[in-house]
Design a binder for this molecule. Structure first.
Ligand SMILES: [Zn+2]
Length: 63
């Protein structure tokens, strides 16, 4: 009787909390997804994301 070794692969959930949305147009600071204020589609069809810049401490349009 041979024993089979069941190789269980551990699915490590690497939840990245600080996904970068983009950068601040004023100071070029990377802005995390957690800072997002609003996210919408402009008339041109491109996505516009407004978020609070941690450096400027103001709401900016992420670039
Ligand atoms: Zn900034």
């Amino acid at each position: 009787m041979g024993q089979e070794t069941v190789d269980k692969r551990r699915n490590s959930d690497m939840t990245v909390d600080n996904t970068i949305l983009g950068r601040c147009p004023n100071c070029d600071e990377p802005i995390a997804e957690a800072e997002m204020v609003i996210d919408y589609k402009s008339q041109r069809g491109n996505r516009v994301t407004a978020a609070t810049c941690p450096s400027c401490v103001t709401v900016v349009t992420v670039v």
